[in-house]
Design a protein around this ligand. Sequence first.
Ligand code: FES
Length: 117
Amino acid sequence: MIFVGELSDIPVGESVRVQGEVAIAVFNADGELFAIDDTCTHQDASLSDGWLEGCAVECPLHAACFDLRTGAPSGPPAKTPVRTHEVVIDDGLVYVRESAPVGAPATVDAVVAGAVL
Ligand code: FES
């Protein structure tokens, strides 16, 4: 897991950027934390520099909005979702469990979970 910081380091309406395999943005949307890939899927813009509105972030470059819960863009110019990541809070400390890269082979757990026995 990737250490993000103390819960108090991410006030409501703010975001922080941490480095995993790629840069990840962690947002505090009305007291709920969400993590997504930081780079917009349209061009090279940092979503942690965008504007948070409810459960969505607006890209600072061309204003595509991404749902923090699903990573889905709400409309053009972005067409591809950003990856979402699990946020873990343990004793006031925030961590991100990074999702598998896009196109990565399924893990053994995922294969077993989907298997018909
Ligand atoms: S770079 Fe994000 S919408 Fe264009």
